[in-house]
Ligand binder design. Sequence first.
Ligand SMILES: [Mg+2]
Length: 117
Amino acid sequence: MKRVLIVDDSRVSRRMLRNMFEVEGFEVIGEAINGKEGYEQYVKLSPDVVAMDITMPEMNGLDALRLIKKYDPQAKIVIISAAGQKDKVEEATLAGADAFITKPYDNKDIIDAINRC
Ligand SMILES: [Mg+2]
């Protein structure tokens, strides 16, 4: 069973992701509301996969992605971005994102991405 950390500043998004992961048989071991907290939770919990939003206060998802990859190059991070952020795909890829999914997403796209990690 893959252990997932959710990093998203939207309470609604976190709840939707958590429900989806639990229905699909993943274990959600933590949630964080910005990139800084996401990094701290990563270090503390060592999840198998991170589901990472981009736009968040304090520290965005791409900066958190870079920090986490620096700490753990084997980290698996799926970026789940808001619509209209396709221009971030290249930046996320260069930063080491393992997958990039745009909202609104099909649950299957996220599940497939996580299973590939
Ligand atoms: Mg956001």
